[in-house]
Design a protein around this ligand. Structure first.
Ligand SMILES: NC(=O)c1ccc[n+]([C@@H]2O[C@H](COP(=O)([O-])OP(=O)(O)OC[C@H]3O[C@@H](n4cnc5c(N)ncnc54)[C@H](OP(=O)(O)O)[C@@H]3O)[C@@H](O)[C@H]2O)c1
Length: 316
């Protein structure tokens, strides 16, 4: 039997990476095996992966030589950065550069780079529809990823660019679920007006990445976008109401109100939602549902994701 191709997975204990690790391990005859990269091989999440039979190795995106060791002998690498760990776009760009450098040095044959739009292409810094943040960004956690796209091809690393979408899991883990207003009405608040939001089950990003690796070199050099569904706030609230068995109202506040909510990242997310709303055509057309389902026919819809996860969504 031919040796299995190793896919080194950055963020293997996180939302995107764990979806990929599990997709690979769920198909023992698929020709691939996963190498999980974590800063702490003893953490409960890392141990959970080890119990599945996954090789778990230590590396830190700050440390190129640790990445080189983690990529050694790997056919492929899944590369993602972690804005919400440090809130620094410059650090994301450095981390992308470190991964590209290690992939080049170790001769990785296929990198999937998890990216998002550089919104400054559509909203230049002098466009005052939304404020410039952190000196030179509009949506820092998007822009830094898009700005990093070039580092992989610049180094000659064979790369597929995976454009991701809003995780529905944010309703569970990121405090974005419906909340009760003072009158006891359950309310989903998003500053999106009537715009459509391309969303996805986070684990499906990893499952889509696996489908890309399985295509061999067919998608190298290409941008592949994934979303499970494009839904308005009203449609999301209606789906939540069906899942909860009680009314959920959509509350479309203005982006500037959202930016002022005061939690860490509120300005970044306010600009992000405004970008979705004001550039719905750009954002949705790049995430073509037919192409995404052709890549991964089992992509979950919001309803199918809710059927498994609605009970985890806080609703206080
Ligand atoms: N939330 C959304 O809707 C959404 C949508 C699209 C894209 N994104 C982007 O997704 C990215 C986060 O990915 P995720 O959601 O899969 O992550 P996550 O679930 O938040 O998990 C964080 C991961 O980061 C790893 N990590 C953090 N710092 C590290 C470092 N210095 N070196 C190595 N590993 C490090 C952690 O591993 P250990 O702790 O085990 O070391 C962990 O696996 C963000 O940049 C975000 O902008 C989010």
């Amino acid at each position: 039997m031919p040796e299995k191709k190793i896919i080194a997975v950055v963020g293997a204990t996180g939302a995107q990476g764990s979806g990929l690790v599990r997709a690979i391990m769920n198909e023992p005859d698929g020709g691939f095996t996963a190498r999980a990269i974590t800063r702490n091989v003893d953490s409960p999440k890392a141990q959970e992966l080890a119990a599945l039979g996954v090789e778990v190795v230590a590396a830190d995106l700050d440390d190129v030589s640790s990445l080189e060791r983690a990529f050694d002998g790997a056919y492929g690498a899944y590369c993602v950065t972690f804005f919400w760990e440090h809130f620094s776009p410059e650090k994301e760009i450095q981390h992308a550069t470190n991964m590209a450098t290690a992939a080049k040095t170790m001769g990785v044959q296929h990198v999937i780079w998890s990216t998002l739009e550089d919104t400054r292409r559509w909203v230049p810094l002098d466009d005052d529809r939304m404020p410039t943040l952190m000196g030179s960004y509009k949506v820092p956690h998007f822009d830094a990823k898009g700005e990093s796209d070039h580092v992989f091809p610049d180094l000659g690393v064979p790369t597929t660019f995976l454009l991701t979408s809003f995780y529905w899991d944010n309703l569970v883990h990121f405090g974005m679920g419906p909340k009760e207003d003072p009158d006891g009405n359950l309310t989903l608040t998003m500053p999106m007006g009537e715009g459509k939001l391309p969303g996805i089950a986070a684990e499906d990003i990893g499952r889509a990445a696996y489908a890309i690796f399985k295509r061999g070199d067919e998608l190298i050099g290409q941008t592949v976008a994934v979303a499970g569904e494009h839904l308005t706030g009203e449609e999301m609230a209606a789906a939540l109401a069906r899942a909860f068995g009680r009314e959920v109202r959509y509350n479309a506040i203005e982006p500037e109100v959202y930016r002022g909510l005061g939690f860490p990242g509120a300005e970044d997310l306010g600009n992000m939602f405004q970008f979705y709303r004001d550039f719905e055509d750009v954002f949705c057309s790049r995430r073509d549902m037919i192409a995404a389902r052709a890549l991964l026919p089992s992509l979950q819809t919001f309803d199918s994701w809710l059927s498994k996860n609605a009970n985890q969504i806080p609703r206080e």
